[in-house]
Design a protein around this ligand. Structure first.
Ligand SMILES: *[C@@H]1O[C@H](CO)[C@@H](O)[C@H](O)[C@H]1NC(C)=O
Ligand SMILES: *[C@@H]1O[C@H](CO)[C@@H](O)[C@H](O)[C@H]1NC(C)=O
Ligand SMILES: *[C@@H]1O[C@H](CO)[C@@H](O)[C@H](O)[C@H]1NC(C)=O
Ligand SMILES: *[C@@H]1O[C@H](CO)[C@@H](O)[C@H](O)[C@H]1NC(C)=O
Length: 487
């Protein structure tokens, strides 16, 4: 309290050139990469439009990839976030000692007070595991399911045989989002076992089973390292450090921890001000977002050709599912295929479909360029919490005969592809474009390292044989020579 008064006094008596008061921002920037809240990412979705109504057509099958990851941090992450307990003490000490005097930057008193009174609390989801029906996670999933049911009442019926679930073996079976989803779909809690289900880790996490991917991708991409070494990223670190009263740059890792706490705070309660978000300006947040876009672009997106070759498994699954419906006049069961997976799988699939492809690569040096500022590859919009990629097969009556169409939706918004810009694609086009992806989907590229290793073994073997021949020749000669000498 005394500290606050002193600080208030300092605030009144001194003018700071760069004081920020971001907790009072009316329109805060909320695009936080893969930890973006679903309502932020899906804003402007089709809730009020009627994209799902395709004239002269009726929906016959529904396929969806659903990002089934909890809004809670993992245990390891929780340990990381708890570092902020000590970090906060440093910030408070900086403020009390008026270190700001020298730097001319600082956060305003209300922002400071938010940090001062902050303490680490375990996320409330831990406390009311899976039963917290008031959490954002539950409500987002509930609303999503209700939307689908409303739009497609003849697909999302009470009949269990209409559904098929695919989920991962080591998945926690009862997360808050699954609770919300099943409440929205069936008006009750559900266990997978009630339904036709399958657990296929290899399908749902294909990259983890791809040797070439685990060897060559999945690390910190070079372009991300480049970006973090650039002036625009360092300037962000510098500004945040100064604002919090450090006369040196805090580590890039500390910045990421603050950012993560900010993102979780907003995921848990979007309407609540987060003391840690108030540390970042819009410009800072856009840089952090770009860093995550670089990471996902190279690890799961168009930044590496292997990604599309791995993501094809989902395209293949969808094509197989729809083909069985297209080939039959009578309704087929199941009509609804739900795959519970993670953000990487969703991004890999979009890469395989050729979606969200930019004319130039995302790179460490082109952050300020116009194409990057308007980039299509956006982890905030593509893979927020609760992300979902849906494909709906329609049967259309045209001149007395039937034709099929497919509506593609990412987070409930139509996806634009080169060959299908409206989101509603002709089945014939679908078969040509995505059928090609599905047919060529053999994961052969994952074995590249095998080929490499075989070549290496061959080289070693040839070298060995050659060496053995040389040794043998020398030995023979020495025997002959010895023979000569003994004569
Ligand atoms: C901060 O600067 C003001 C004048 O600019 C000065 O009066 C005050 O003593 C300084 N405080 C500290 C802690 O250096
Ligand atoms: C959901 O189930 C409850 C009882 O479990 C019932 O009272 C309620 O009307 C149901 N709501 C809908 C929308 O079916
Ligand atoms: C950092 O602060 C300076 C003012 O000291 C400002 O000109 C610059 O735009 C800021 N950079 C970022 C990334 O916000
Ligand atoms: C439907 O029939 C009309 C004439 O009867 C024809 O002009 C039109 O091209 C046909 N449309 C399709 C999709 O075959």
């Amino acid at each position: 309290m005394g500290g606050s008064l002193i600080a208030l006094f300092a605030l009144v008596t001194l003018g700071f050139a760069y004081e920020t008061c971001l907790s009072r921002e009316k329109n805060p920037y909320l695009f936080f990469g893969t930890k973006t809240s679903y309502i932020v990412a899906s804003r402007g979705g089709p809730t009020h439009t009627k994209v799902h109504e395709v004239p002269a057509c009726e929906p016959v099958a529904f396929w969806m990839l659903y990002r089934h990851e909890s809004y809670e941090p993992e245990e390891e992450e929780i340990r990381r976030l708890q570092v902020l307990n000590d970090f906060k003490k440093d910030v408070v000490s900086n403020y009390r000692r008026s270190i700001y005097n020298k730097t001319n930057h600082r956060i305003c008193l209300p922002d400071y007070q938010l940090i001062e009174s902050w303490e680490w609390k375990p996320p409330r989801h831990n406390l009311m595991f899976a039963g917290d029906t008031s959490s954002e996670e539950f409500i987002d999933a509930l609303k999503l399911a209700q939307n689908w049911r409303q739009r497609y009442p003849n697909l999302f019926t009470e009949n269990r045989r209409n559904y098929k679930f695919k989920y991962m073996m080591d998945d926690r079976r009862s997360t808050t989002s699954l609770g919300g989803l099943s409440r929205g779909l069936f008006n009750k809690s559900v266990v997978y076992d009630d339904f036709l289900s399958e657990h296929d880790n290899k399908l749902l996490r294909p990259h983890k089973f791809c040797e070439a991917w685990t060897k060559n991708v999945g690390d910190t991409p070079i372009q991300l390292r480049l970006f973090e070494a650039k002036q625009e990223y360092k300037e962000m670190i510098r500004n945040v450090s100064l604002r919090l009263g450090f006369n040196y740059d805090i580590s890039a890792d500390a910045i990421r921890i603050i950012f993560d706490m900010c993102r979780y705070d907003k995921a848990w309660d979007i309407s609540k001000v987060s003391p840690w978000c108030a540390v970042f300006t819009r410009d800072d947040l856009r840089r952090l977002e770009y860093a995550e876009d670089l990471e996902t672009y190279y690890n799961y997106g168009h930044g590496n050709e292997l990604n599309a070759k791995v993501g094809c498994v989902f395209v293949k699954d969808m094509m197989n599912f729809f083909t069985s419906h297209v080939g039959n006049e009578l309704p087929q069961q199941p009509q609804v295929m739900l795959q519970f997976t993670e953000a990487p799988a969703l991004l890999l699939t979009l890469a395989a479909m050729g979606a969200h492809k930019d004319p130039v690569h995302l790179e460490g040096h082109n952050y300020h360029s116009a194409p990057m500022q308007a980039r299509k590859w956006s982890s905030s919009k593509m893979a927020p919490f609760n992300a979902n990629l849906a494909a709906v097969l329609y049967r259309c009556r045209l001149n007395g005969s039937y034709q099929h169409k497919v509506l593609l939706l990412l987070n409930e918004k139509p996806i634009s592809l080169d060959w299908c810009t409206s989101g509603v694609c002709e089945w014939s086009q679908f078969v040509i474009k995505l059928g090609e992806v599905a047919n060529g989907c053999d994961l052969e590229a994952c074995n590249e390292t095998h080929i490499g290793r075989n070549v290496a073994i061959l080289v070693v073997a040839v070298a060995f044989i050659f060496l053995a021949a040389v040794v043998a020749a020398l030995w023979c000669r020495s025997i002959l020579n010895r023979g000569k000498i003994s004569k």
